[in-house]
Design a binder for this molecule. Structure first.
Ligand code: BG6
Length: 495
């Protein structure tokens, strides 16, 4: 069990009535309260536009906690947290509210004994990051004088490299770099935190982790849900900006980076950045051959009509936004030279799964590989969610008098052993921000490197209108995604 956080603080959430606060942040705080991790001197101030008072707001949270927490609601623990939660009504872009917010927080600070420490969590639309940060500064709410003030910024950090650089400049003009926490919740997932241990804690893995032994690496982040009620945001981002630029490239960097010289976050960050910078940019020819985009159409699934993306509430009827992307990436470095990484992510796919599959090179076609055509290559599968675990498959003789061969699996199911109740990534990341540990947060250099890769894809897409919709809900995406791998003699492992 991690240690209790001892630093007093006011945790101020901008976007108090939003989805993220209700589904993730408050349930995470509740789980942390159950685990006894939060300090007594804690206040949680949720800032939002809706006309609610604190009592109404607190009451409205119980349903979210009941639905989204991993622990059942315990009255004593919920009461402990509930009485620390406050609601402050304010129009976030409007600078007039900030002096009032400051006075109110200062007053609360006295009562709650939080010693001027503040964690400002920006759970809002990206367009609000800049005005909020500037208003905090303009109203003397970021002093870092005897107390600390930190900011947590949700993704997407910018819309392209230019806007991300601008935003970063604004934030860094207000907060020192060590007080800026750019969150990517994938980095808090158990198996991603385990990935470095698996890679660098086992001689047997590290020595085969390269293009001499591995044929290709596949990373899949598939969801069965559609766009839900996030039309406004999603129309402007699509799968490329929503998932690939952040989560998928982070997973890729952890899978492929060189070993850091120590476990200091700066050393790890440097290796991730080095890898991201090694990704080969694509020319127009490569774009056509290496990238597939998709959008789900309408379908009848299990007797239910599933609306197509263009029919979802708030979506333009001729929307060109992709809900799926698959691509083949090459890295220009010694370890991975010439070996493809295949990445794909999408909504309304066949199942909810995030996993990494390493397909090892096949044996030469002699001995068994000559006799038994179609023997499976060795696979190392790292399951990130919903089940967490790792398995290795290899070929072995079927027991009995015959000579048949079959593929067998060694399997470690991490979530089975721990009753699938490991802390949610938001719990871990909030605790780290309160403890001032940047290890699992994204640095500006990583964001810069990933945008410069993603920007070139976005630019090439803008030149053409896609032929959407092109895949059926409940499948693994457009046929072109399978064809992409088939062109190189590969196929997706839909495990
Ligand atoms: C978010 C994206 O960052 O990650 C969502 O904005 C996506 O579109 C979500 O659904 C997926 O997260 P997870 O943890 O469920 O894989």
């Amino acid at each position: 069990m991690p240690e209790r956080i001892l630093t007093p603080c006011i945790f101020t959430i901008f976007g108090g009535t939003g989805d993220l606060t209700r589904r993730k942040l408050i349930p995470a705080l509740y789980n942390m309260a159950v685990d006894g991790l939060l300090p007594d001197e804690l206040a949680v101030v949720c800032v939002g536009r809706r006309p609610l008072d604190t009592q109404e707001y607190r009451d409205s949270l119980l349903a979210s906690v009941t639905k989204h927490s991993r622990y059942p609601v315990r009255t004593d623990k919920w009461e402990w947290l509930r009485e620390r939660i406050h609601y402050f009504r304010m129009d976030l872009p409007d600078s007039e509210g900030y002096p009032l917010l400051k006075a109110w927080l200062d007053d609360l600070d006295e009562k709650a004994g939080t010693q001027g420490n503040r964690l400002f969590y920006l759970a809002v639309a990206p367009s609000l990051f800049e005005p909020i940060v500037l208003n905090l500064h303009g109203n003397g709410m970021v002093t870092n004088n005897g107390s600390w003030q930190r900011v947590v910024i949700e993704k997407p950090f910018g819309r392209d490299l230019r806007s991300a650089s601008f935003l970063n400049g604004v934030i860094e003009s207000v907060f020192p770099p060590e007080n800026i926490f750019r969150i990517d919740h994938y980095l808090g997932k158990e198996m991603l935190r385990n990935l470095m241990v698996i890679r660098f804690g086992n001689a047997v893995f590290e020595s085969i982790w390269n293009s001499r032994c591995i044929d290709n690496i596949q990373i899949t982040a598939a969801e069965t849900d559609g766009v839900e009620n996030r039309a406004g945001y999603y129309e402007n981002s699509g799968a490329l900006r929503d998932m690939l630029q952040s989560h998928l490239l982070q997973v890729l960097a952890l899978v492929a980076m060189e070993p850091p010289i120590n476990l200091d976050y700066k050393s790890i960050r440097d290796e991730k950045v080095k890898f991201l910078r090694s990704l080969l940019k694509m020319d127009d020819e490569a774009f056509r051959n290496h990238i597939v985009r998709g959008q789900y159409g309408e379908a009848l699934l299990d007797g239910k009509i599933i609306r197509g993306y263009r029919q979802e509430a708030g979506i333009h009827p001729e929307s060109n936004t992709e809900t799926f992307i698959a691509l083949r990436i090459l890295a220009g470095n010694f370890r991975w030279g010439g070996m493809p990484f295949y990445l794909r992510t999408g909504k309304r796919l066949a199942k909810k799964t995030t996993c990494v599959v390493l397909e090892f090179k096949s044996m030469p076609e002699i001995l068994y590989f000559k006799e038994y055509k179609g023997l499976q290559p060795n696979l190392l599968e790292i399951r990130i969610q919903p089940e967490e675990g790792i398995s290795f498959s290899f070929n072995a003789k079927k027991p009995g008098s015959g000579n048949e061969i079959n593929t067998v699996k060694m399997d470690y199911c991490q979530s089975c052993g721990y009753e699938n109740n490991s802390p949610e990534s938001y719990e871990r990341l909030i605790a780290d921000a309160l403890r001032n540990d940047q290890t699992l947060f994204t640095s500006w250099e990583e964001i810069e490197a990933s945008w410069s890769f993603v920007d070139s894809i976005a630019r090439s897409w803008e030149k053409e209108t896609a032929s959407f919709p092109n895949y059926i809900p409940g499948t693994w995406g457009p046929a072109a995604s399978d064809e992409l791998l088939a062109r190189y003699g590969h196929h997706w492992w839909n495990l």
